[in-house]
Design a protein. Sequence first.
Length: 99
Amino acid sequence: MTNQPRTFAYPSKKAKSCPVCGQSSYSKDGIHPQCAVQLADESRKVQLQAARKQASQSGQKKQKSWNKQCPKCSTQLHVRRKECDCGHVFRQTKSPSNG
Ligand SMILES: [Zn+2]
Ligand SMILES: [Zn+2]
């Protein structure tokens, strides 16, 4: 009967390789502090670009300007409409010869 306590053999002080630069790193997380900063900066840059892209896309959406507002009921009507549903008649831009 052998009652020996099991001992896990950890690899002693094996250098991890930094995921950013590929160089061996002895730090706790296996990544150089300056590389960690670079990594965070990189992801931030990507987010910034994505945000900028979205902003430019949303800015392209323009509201249609082919509407005019009825002064009587404030309804948006097409510019070519001569009468509003409320009965308001828009003045013609071309003034008739007879007054
Ligand atoms: Zn590194
Ligand atoms: Zn109206």
